[in-house]
Design a protein around this ligand. Structure first.
Ligand code: URA
Length: 220
């Protein structure tokens, strides 16, 4: 088989969601010398990863770059991919409601994801993709320098904390991780709450803890 044909076959597998095998030769610009969000965005756009070829837009982040609260999601969905912005679909609407409940909105928080590209078919990011982008996530957090990082869902929690513990166990309790000065609050992913509305109360409670941590007059 010609090399070109092999690549086509692998791309087909990737479109089907079996992309792990494509990432064995990925290339990634170093995150070490990055000192601005613009530089970070440029470096992330250069990452050679198969899922980007299936996506429409890179979703970098949005919101207040001086925020005390950074919300960390998993990866863009269909609507986010279309608009190039995080949490603008159904999950985002639920997130906005909870933020409003605790007196916050998108002008007071910063939102980004573990992966900037939508995985085909909205599958969960795989281990290699997470490992590839984790240094950029850490850099993103350090450039925003929030007091609190809220991990939305098991994937972002596991990726940031490098743990195998599940979200049911970890949510609602403050934690920390090496390389980040902010306190970390793991909670549920809004998409999970759309499927399991009975957990919304817990989600809301977790956000109340975040609210308590950042008193009203201190919120940027
Ligand atoms: N789900 C995520 O984790 N991130 C988004 O931006 C949208 C949906």
């Amino acid at each position: 088989m010609e090399k070109k044909e092999v690549v086509e076959v692998l791309k087909w597998f990737s479109d089907m969601g079996v992309s792990d095998i494509l990432e064995t030769n990925f290339s990634r610009p170093s995150s070490n010398k990055i000192s601005t969000l613009a530089e970070l965005k440029e470096a992330m756009a250069k990452v050679d990863i198969s899922i980007k070829h299936c996506a429409t837009n890179m979703v970098f982040g949005m919101g207040n770059t001086k925020a005390d609260i950074l919300l960390l999601g998993e990866a863009p969905g269909a609507e986010e991919d279309k608009q190039g912005l995080p949490f603008v679909g159904q999950s985002g609407q639920l997130l906005d409601k909870v933020l409003a409940d605790i007196g916050l909105d998108r002008t007071k928080v910063y939102i980004t994801n573990i992966l900037p590209w939508r995985p085909p078919g909205n599958r969960t990011p795989n281990t290699q993709e997470v490992a590839l982008f984790r240094p950029y996530v850490l850099k993103h957090i350090s450039l925003i320098n929030p007091k609190v990082v809220v991990c939305l869902g098991g994937t972002s929690t596991k990726a940031l904390l490098q743990t195998t513990d599940g979200i049911m166990k970890l949510h609602g309790r403050w934690t920390t991780t090496k390389g980040i000065s902010a306190k970390i609050m793991p909670t549920f992913h809004p998409a999970y709450l759309l499927r399991s509305p009975s957990q919304k109360r817990e989600f809301w409670r977790d956000f109340l803890l975040v609210r308590e941590e950042i008193s009203t007059d201190q919120v940027n």
